[in-house]
Design a protein around this ligand. Sequence first.
Ligand code: AKG
Length: 378
Amino acid sequence: MKQRPAPAAPAVRAAAGAPAAPAVQAVTALPAMPAAPRPRTIERRPPDAGWLQWVAENRLRHCTPESMLATMTQANLDPAASERAIREMEHNPGFLAARKMQQIQTKLESVVANQHKVRSLDPLFGHVEKRSRVPLGEFLERYVFGSRPLVLTDVARDWPALKRWSPQDLAERFGHLDVDIQAERSADPNYEVNKLNHKRTVRLSDFVEQVLAGGTTNDYYLTANNEVLRRPEFAPILADIGTLPDFCDPAQLAARSSFWFGPAGTVTPLHHDTLMLCHTQIVGRKRWRFISPLQTPLLYNSFEVYSPIDIDRPDLNRYPLFAEANVLEVIVEPGETVFLPLGWWHQVTALDVSLSFSYSNLAVPNQYSFVNPTITNW
Ligand SMILES: O=C(O)CCC(=O)C(=O)O
């Protein structure tokens, strides 16, 4: 705002006929005064297109007209125009179409919620089983087709990787090679969604040193996106993988496996994959948290395969439905293998410096397409 100049000081004069007044010294220069604050006129704008969409969305979320009007008035919108916009929305053809589609979505949500209710009657629901020697037929029936996460304790027991792999071994055998890691994650709450911005190419020996010296942190992580196993220089890593479980196709291992390495404290945020996979812990432990795909409506998935919820610090004011989610939890030890059934949401935290290996070469159909939302301004 432009400052108005302070008004000039009036000249001081003695009134005619009045008793002589004591000599008054004329004030010639007063210090400049800031302009007096003018009473603020609040501009009451009518709701624009963005606000009309806001009205429609919040009405669909069952907000009351009164609460919406209060928010709009607080945001300095014209109360009469806001009240009219809220009232007229009830008859807007676009809004009425959205209401129809919402009914279909609500029906589907009630169908999956009921499926979840029945599944959670299983006395073993809520618990991630750890098992060895699971016969192929039972594995397929109970865990793959039955969609239950599982930890297999024996399938990797004889892998050379378990004896050989360590950060030092990585540095000795592959330290001269460059790898893509994710870095500077701590400064970005959306580091996984923005993973391409965090991609850095580093010398593996330097990264091993950083992990060993850096202590517990989520700042850097060599994740599945590194694609190192597609490079011939890293073939010895695959040679350390022993016999695969009988439900896997060994011919597809090189094309469908990934390697993970990072410090204690890495967190892979809540997301779902679009295929089933196994994830074998070679060094260190990880905490896996799982949520059934049947509870997807509680996870506010509005962008690709991600949920905005951090299971460690859920913001229940913003995401109240999450309070109803059943979170299954298991700590996976070196030598153990997680089986991740299709579509299960998971958040994974490394409890130690960790090396692990994941593979999706299941010998059953394992390519699924999910229709993902891409709403960035939810
Ligand atoms: O180990 C991790 O940090 C994440 C693992 C994961 O999300 C996966 O294998 O799909």
